[in-house]
Write a protein of this length. Structure first.
Length: 136
């Protein structure tokens, strides 16, 4: 793959990340979400998280790194100053499996709470960083 395609790839990935992130942001603004809305929050979070680590991977590869897994992408993005809280990203990666239990109302409630307080801020920071990079 030539350099131009790599450059385009991370920018295309950012567009998809932006869509998922903004959908998640909008659903998080719902004050007392219904069970279905909680499911939507969790679904949008899953999409945003998946696209986030792939965005990091594509961006890092464009600047010369080789990344083979979500964990490697997170570690290298932290070392490169793309993300600020590497530990919280690792926790988000490890908690990803919890989201498959959304049929359990109490677990869904905990997941939505974690998305609001822990994971939305790190996704927002990545969004802001990449938005600036896009303008360069």
């Amino acid at each position: 793959m030539n350099e131009e395609n790599k450059d385009i790839r991370w920018k295309q990935r950012f567009q998809n990340y932006e869509k998922a992130f903004l959908l998640m942001k909008r659903t998080l603004e719902i004050q007392n979400p219904s069970e279905a809305e909680k499911g939507g929050i969790i679904q949008f979070y899953e999409m945003a998280f998946e696209l986030a680590w792939k965005l990091m991977k594509d961006y890092l590869e464009e600047v010369g790194y080789t990344v083979n897994s979500p964990r490697e992408a997170i570690k290298q993005a932290f070392q490169s100053g793309i993300i600020e809280d590497g530990q919280k990203w690792i926790e988000a990666l490890e908690d990803r499996n919890l989201t498959t239990h959304t049929y359990d109302e109490s677990i869904a409630e905990k997941v939505v709470s974690a998305i609001r307080s822990l994971y939305f801020p790190i996704l927002m920071q990545l969004y802001s960083f990449m938005k600036k990079e896009l303008k360069k």
